[in-house]
Design a binder for this molecule. Structure first.
Ligand code: SAM
Length: 283
């Protein structure tokens, strides 16, 4: 189905700018979901990988709003994060296009010293992304999808593992960490996405490595970040991206006003936080 038809089918009509009022309450995940749902880039036939998917909002919204072929939501098993993500994926299987969503375990710490995809036998996708004109449906579509999206949060869970309190039972295809790793490293990802992933040194130092190991020269990484939450980690993260050969540029969302200039990192005690989407690709 053409993207525009798909959009109409789900009742989209408003222009993108309408969401301006909500920007202060919007998390990084909403901003990226909104950007990906409205950008001219076309995702038809694309393989999209989400790192640190959390409760699954971003990946599930993208599945609903685009024509991607595969959207793989990944999480670490630690703390029950992957189980929560899988629970929400299963709860939303009734949504259109949710069949393209799968989940995998991906703990960044496991990728720090392992082989890269270029060392593995990568099977090329027979068809790449189709470049078609993308619809511009505005935030109404995202709002609609978030209204029907059922995200179960930690404090409201009723399904539990035996013995473990408050961790949902996994009902997705749990193929195991190694099988998941093989799948992740042998799939050619057109896009890698993520939001608010840098809040400790694992994120700032290992995430660039994981990105490098899972991307190909043509992969586009779209990472949405809340700047100035942890200035020192921001600095470290961008240094590590640079070290790993990535080019980083902030994406301008045409429906938003030009963001104010950011103070240089570590110069203000309480700098104003702001959300920024970065387009990251190999040099
Ligand atoms: C602040 S949350 C953001 C979640 C989601 N992206 C969002 O915006 O709602 C950070 C996420 O990174 C994940 N994470 C942290 N360390 C990780 C690691 N070593 N491997 C994989 N995921 C990790 C956490 O489990 C958590 O879901």
């Amino acid at each position: 189905m053409h993207a525009r038809t798909h959009a109409r089918k789900h009742g989209a009509s408003k222009p993108a700018g309408a969401h301006l009022q909500r920007k202060n309450t919007c998390h990084a995940r909403c901003r990226l979901a909104e950007y990906l749902s409205n950008t001219e880039e076309n995702f038809a036939g694309c393989n999209i990988l989400e790192l640190g998917a959390g409760l699954g909002y971003l990946g599930l919204t993208i599945a609903r709003n685009t024509l991607a072929s595969l959207i793989c939501l990944t999480e670490q098993a630690e703390g029950g994060a992957l189980s929560w993500c899988r629970l929400n994926v299963e709860k939303n299987r009734h949504l259109p296009n949710s069949g393209v969503v799968r989940t995998c375990e991906c703990d960044w710490r496991d990728y720090a010293s392992r082989s890269t995809p270029s060392e593995l036998d990568i099977q090329n996708k027979p068809e790449g992304c189709h470049k078609e004109q993308r619809f511009s449906t505005g935030c109404q579509r995202q709002q609609e999808s978030s209204q029907t999206l059922q995200i179960q949060e930690h404090n409201s869970c009723i399904q539990t593992h035996q013995g473990a309190t408050n961790t949902p039972r996994c009902r997705d295809t749990c193929s195991g960490k190694e099988a998941d790793r093989l799948f992740l490293t042998s799939t050619k990802w057109d896009y890698i996405i993520g939001s608010d992933l840098v809040y400790n040194s694992v994120g700032s130092t290992l995430l660039p490595l994981v990105m490098k190991k899972l991307c190909s020269p043509t992969t586009v990484i779209l990472y949405c970040h809340t700047k100035h939450r942890f200035d020192h980690l921001d600095v470290e993260f961008f240094e590590h991206l640079n070290k790993n050969g990535f080019n980083v540029e902030e994406v301008r969302e045409p429906w938003l006003p030009t963001p104010p200039p950011s103070p240089p990192p570590l110069t203000e005690l309480f700098p104003e936080q702001r959300i920024a989407i970065y387009r990251i690709s190999l040099n």
